[in-house]
Design a protein around this ligand. Structure first.
Ligand code: SAH
Length: 549
């Protein structure tokens, strides 16, 4: 076991079995684990503890998470919403206390629509503070709007990566959408925080290990891990509280695998066991989030009962954190404390009409070192390797498969023929393929971001139609004269005018796409196109580091 800790300290990698092993270790080994996490924290982050002002501005929630006291179904919960002015005033107050980051948290309250949130964000950004949001699941467009308004970071715990547990705890929600949200946030250049609620019924060491691997996969910049505290007015009233030792092991292992991440010692830890906060800060954590809400509201935001901090002023709590920090050889820093793991990227959408010369532009951008996510290629790969996709296609187009050596193989030319012959065939294929392609696109962009790629291209014929433009910093539309495109198209194998006209019914007209794009590049003559791409690339680089603060 000690060997595993040494490995993690050196290489910052552990596989699932190794994580499970350490999550189940005895207290002596755990002490070694915490010491190793503390060393890595000091090496990559230093001895600083960053403070974040937490403002819980509304406890209205449309969801019904089984563990949460502010769930919609809890009729005894005292609901409140702060006014926009009060929220901004709370930020002013926090800034006066020397806190440079405000965390705006709420239930999923639809009253605060995109415009209201953007107004709040802009007004707080004008105070020169870092703005972290924790508002739950939103659309890609909403996340993009908050980012544009100036939001810097977003917290959204995955809670658990165990499909069955997730489903049981979150009625009418899905793990898939939660992941979609986290990928969107990462692609939109937020510093992204996720994490786990430890102690959910039927959660296993295996699933906790998977949670940690998920933080790594999703490129988490921040990770908040806390124990479940049963709330009497929820279906989990008689559940057992989460185990603090497990929380500490999760924190330590996360620090070892994500050395640069910002990891809070969360309020629930201190609530459950007085004194635990400082232990977590000595086992890999480096952030604390004192509550700056008005006293009468702190109590109302009752996700769990008897929250630490109630009855204490923010100044008192900060003093307490400072005193605790001294004992463990750390010190409180009030600076913004941006994540050292943060890697912003420019995401460029590349689209165009049919046979407009888009692939040529894409190949030129690839030559310039831009990472390219090619949607057509993803479709081909999914239709060649993905069993699930094949099954779905087979249900609609059984005749598209040939039997080769006892195995079903998809004949893509045949599939294309059958798709066109069937009424709504193309729409049916899109229904199967688009959600899977979108998921893969998100995963690949995050993969490239984690590699440190600064410029990432999404090459997608249906960029606008599939809503991928919402993830892009800017969009290029490639165009060519109708006649040129037609000639090019008909020169390809298996094409016809009839086929083209059906394809066109599923796409926005080229003129629309051009209007919706930031840059249009003509692709008729190779050297002219290459010159236009060169110009674009130099402007892109001159734009500097988009997304960087
Ligand atoms: N609506 C936002 C904010 C939720 S509250 C969102 O969905 O992200 C923030 C966190 O409190 C949740 O992610 C959850 O992990 C935690 N939480 C909720 N109920 C809890 C309880 N009973 N005990 C401990 N933590 C709880």
């Amino acid at each position: 076991m000690i060997g595993l800790i040494e490995k993690a300290e050196k290489f910052h990698r552990l596989d699932k079995d190794e994580l499970v092993c350490l999550l189940s270790c005895n207290n002596d080994v755990a002490a070694e684990l915490f010491a190793a996490a503390d060393r890595i924290c000091r090496k990559y982050i230093g001895d600083g503890i960053y403070l974040r002002a937490l403002l819980e501005f509304s406890d209205y929630c449309r969801n019904n998470c089984l563990y949460c006291g502010i769930r919609a179904g809890n009729s005894t919960c005292l609901r409140y919403r702060q006014s926009v002015d009060d929220i901004v005033q709370a930020a002013v107050f926090a800034k006066r206390k020397g806190l440079e980051t405000i965390v705006l948290q709420s239930g999923e309250d639809t009253f605060f629509d995109s415009d209201k949130m953007c107004d709040i964000i802009k007004r707080i950004k004008a105070l020169d503070m870092a703005v972290t949001l924790s508002l739950g699941e939103k659309s890609t467009e909403e996340y993009a709007a908050y980012k544009k308004a100036g939001a810097d970071r977003y917290l959204l715990r995955i809670e658990t990566t165990d499909e069955a547990v997730y489903k049981a705890m979150h009625p009418n929600m899905s793990l898939k959408n939660r992941k979609r949200c986290l990928y969107d946030l990462k692609i939109l250049n937020y510093e992204v925080g996720t994490g786990t609620l430890v102690g959910l019924p039927n959660q296993t060491a295996e699933s906790l290990a998977e949670d940690i691997l998920f933080y790594v996969e999703a490129g988490a910049d921040m990770v908040g891990i806390g124990p479940l505290i049963p709330h009497p007015q929820t279906p989990l009233a008689s559940a057992k509280a989460g185990d603090i030792m497990t929380v500490m092991k999760m924190v330590a292992l996360t620090r070892l695998l994500l050395p640069k991440a910002n990891i809070p010692a969360v309020t629930a830890v201190e609530t459950l066991h007085k004194g635990s906060r400082d232990k977590v800060l000595a086992a890999g954590a480096n952030v604390v989030m004192p509550n700056v809400n008005a006293e009468n509201l702190k109590e109302k935001y009752e996700i769990y009962p008897n929250k630490y901090g109630i009855g204490k002023s923010a100044a008192e709590v900060i003093k307490n954190i400072e005193n605790g920090a001294k004992v463990i050889g750390k010190r409180v820093l009030k600076s913004k404390g941006n994540s050292k793991a943060f890697t912003p990227a420019v995401v460029i959408g590349l689209t165009g009409g049919i046979a407009c010369g888009k692939s040529y532009v894409s190949s030129l951008l690839a030559k310039k070192g831009f990472a390219v996510v090619d949607c057509d290629k993803i479709v081909r790969e999914l239709q060649t390797y993905d069993e699930d996709v094949m099954k779905k296609i087979k249900a609609v187009f059984p005749l598209a498969f040939r039997n080769v050596d006892g195995k079903d193989v998809l004949d893509r030319a045949k599939l294309s023929e059958l798709t066109l012959a069937k009424e709504d065939g193309l729409a049916e294929m899109e229904k199967i393929m688009i959600p899977l392609v979108l998921q893969r696109v998100r995963e690949l962009i995050v993969f490239f971001k984690k590699q440190g790629k600064k410029y990432i291209v999404i090459d997608a014929p249906l960029l606008f139609e599939a809503g991928l433009n919402a993830l892009c910093t800017l969009v290029i539309c490639v165009y060519a004269d109708d006649e040129v495109s037609l000639k090019r198209y008909l020169a390809r194998e298996g094409t016809s005018k009839e086929r083209l006209s059906v394809l066109k019914t599923r796409q926005l007209p080229l003129s629309e796409k051009m209007k919706m794009s930031d840059v249009c590049i003509k692709s008729e003559n190779e050297s002219e196109t290459a010159a236009a791409v060169d110009k674009f690339v130099s402007e892109c680089v001159n734009m500097g580091d988009v997304g960087e603060k």
